[in-house]
Design a protein around this ligand. Sequence first.
Ligand code: GTP
Ligand code: MG
Ligand code: ZN
Length: 305
Amino acid sequence: MTQEGSILKGINNIYTVADEHGREYLCRIKGKVLRGIDVDKTPLTPADRVLFEPVGLQEGRIEERLDRKNSFVRYNLKRRMNQTLFVNVDQILCVVSVDQPQFRPGFIDRVLLCADDIPVVIVLNKTDLPEPEDISRDIEVYASLGIGFCRVSAAEGKGLDELAKLLPGKRSALFGQSGAGKSSLVNALIPAAEQRTEEVSLRYNKGRHTTNFTTVLKSQDGNWELLDTPGVREIDIPDMDPSMISHWYPDMKNHIGRCRFSPCLHIHEPGCAVKNAVEDGEIDAGRYQRYVRITEEQKQRSSLR
Ligand SMILES: Nc1nc2c(ncn2[C@@H]2O[C@H](COP(=O)(O)OP(=O)(O)OP(=O)(O)O)[C@@H](O)[C@H]2O)c(=O)[nH]1
Ligand SMILES: [Mg+2]
Ligand SMILES: [Zn+2]
């Protein structure tokens, strides 16, 4: 009999599906195509809700994907198409670190663009390491945009109580650069998760990432979930019209309508309200420079088609 379930992970087209009691089934997709999906998107990702038919006690066949509440989408440069990384989350914990890997605000800007309407909280990890000065300035800029922030050290157990307060009743995805400490944080918050972690130097020598597929992990009390995701080195924003990018910047939104030209890329156009706001210090100059880089990249990508 068909049941509703939730995907915990998928490896080589074999999906682990949990039913409403938490019982797990190893499932394949029934037939060649899945009902309820649009062809060019990733058919199934962790946290997708599905209808499946159990076959015996531990296996099953997935028949249909149910509607997604939201999606985190990036552009996959190799495959030259958008790629959904995970879905149906209440918030994204963007894990960045003080160092190893280096703190890069441009990475956070791109995560915010990929996140669409999903709320993002910046989790600054490895605060036990010496901290470059400009980090707190950048963090203040994000705070002024209403983005949540949390300082932690998975290694020393610092700030984890604060982080834990953000989790009850929610499904949160940890996303960030490889080596930032996502799996270490998952293990600190859900000890039974036993996610593999590895030293950054070891990793770079071998040129690989430690976590290589996304897993949904349930808290001990069953009240909240974490998604541990594979780290990335870079992230590219999904395909969109370059002139639309600024609409996703809360700090630019109020200025856009006052530019002389419409649409305006806010780069070379005269009478640009966004550029004026940058000059007046209303918009952070660093964030604007990174906006220009992201927009130029997007223009170039569109021109290659
Ligand atoms: N100094 C310090 N090191 C940490 C901290 N948290 C994690 N690490 C170390 O950073 C390295 C990478 O940690 P992981 O948890 O594997 O990082 P990850 O983000 O899951 O990496 P990927 O799975 O490749 O994306 C490990 O050697 C951890 O021990 C921390 O708070 N401080
Ligand atoms: Mg990991
Ligand atoms: Zn403009």
